[in-house]
Design a protein around this ligand. Structure first.
Ligand SMILES: CC(C)(COP(=O)(O)OP(=O)(O)OC[C@H]1O[C@@H](n2cnc3c(N)ncnc32)[C@H](O)[C@@H]1OP(=O)(O)O)[C@@H](O)C(=O)NCCC(=O)NCCS
Length: 172
C-alpha cells in the first residue's frame, strides 16, 4: 500500500498568514495564551521588517501555512542566532516537516553568518516531543534554569554549532 503525502513548499510568510499562525500555535495546546500573543507579535515584526530583528520561514501545503519558524540574530553577540519559534500544525506531526523546516532555517542562518543557534524550551512533560525533536536534530542541552517559566517548569537551552558541512544536515 502506498500513502500519498502532499509536497511541502518552504517560503517566507506574508501578513495574510497571521490567522493561521495563531491557529497553529493554539492548536498545539502547549503554549500559554500570553505566549500565543508573543508569537503573533514576533510574526508581525518578521513580516513587516524582515531581517530587522526577526526572520520567518513558512511551510505550505496546497498554499496553506502548516508550520513556521521565527528566528533572528541575538543582539550583542558575534554570530549567535536565536530560534524563537518552531511550530508544526498537529495534523502534520511526525511527517518530517519540522526537520525540513529546521534544515532550511539552519541553512539560512548559516548563509547570514550565524555560527551558533540557541533555542529555549520547557522541562514540562508535554514538551517531551519537542526535546526529542531537538535531540534528533543534533542539538545539545547546554544549560537549564530551574523554575524559569513557573515553579517546577525549568528552562532548557539547546544549542547547535553550524559549519559548512552541517548547514543542511542534522549533525551538531
Ligand atoms: C517539535 C515539533 C516542531 C516537531 O515537528 P515534526 O514535524 O512533528 O517533527 P519531525 O516529523 O520532523 O520529526 C523529526 C524527528 O524528531 C523526533 N520527534 C519528533 N516528534 C517526536 C515525538 N512526538 N516523539 C519522539 N520523537 C519525536 C523524531 O526523532 C523525529 O524523527 P522520526 O519521525 O524519523 O523518528 C512539533 O512537535 C511541534 O510543533 N510541537 C509543538 C510546538 C513546540 O513545542 N515548538 C517548540 C517550542 S520551543
Amino acid at each position: 500500500m502506498s500513502v500519498s503525502v502532499e509536497p511541502v513548499v518552504l517560503r517566507v510568510p506574508s501578513a495574510s498568514d497571521r490567522d493561521r499562525v495563531g491557529q497553529i500555535v493554539q492548536a498545539t495546546g502547549v503554549f500559554r495564551s500570553s505566549e500565543v500573543a508573543i508569537a503573533l507579535e514576533v510574526f508581525d515584526e518578521a513580516v513587516a521588517r524582515p531581517g530587522s530583528d526577526y526572520f520567518g520561514l513558512g511551510a505550505y501545503e496546497r498554499d496553506r501555512l502548516i508550520a513556521f519558524t521565527l528566528y533572528g540574530h541575538t543582539p550583542g553577540t558575534e554570530s549567535t542566532w536565536d530560534l524563537y519559534w518552531i511550530v508544526v500544525d498537529p495534523h502534520g506531526h511526525r511527517r518530517g516537516i519540522g526537520r525540513q523546516l529546521m534544515n532550511a532555517t539552519e541553512a539560512a542562518i548559516f548563509e547570514n553568518g550565524g555560527g551558533l543557534i540557541v533555542v529555549e524550551t520547557s522541562s514540562r512533560p508535554d514538551y517531551g516531543p519537542t526535546r526529542a525533536f531537538y535531540d534528533a536534530l543534533g542539538y545539545h542541552r547546554a544549560a537549564s534554569i530551574p523554575d524559569y517559566y513557573a515553579r517546577g517548569d525549568d528552562l532548557i537551552a539547546f544549542t547547535k554549532r553550524l559549519s559548512s558541512h552541517s548547514k543542511t544536515g542534522d549533525h551538531g
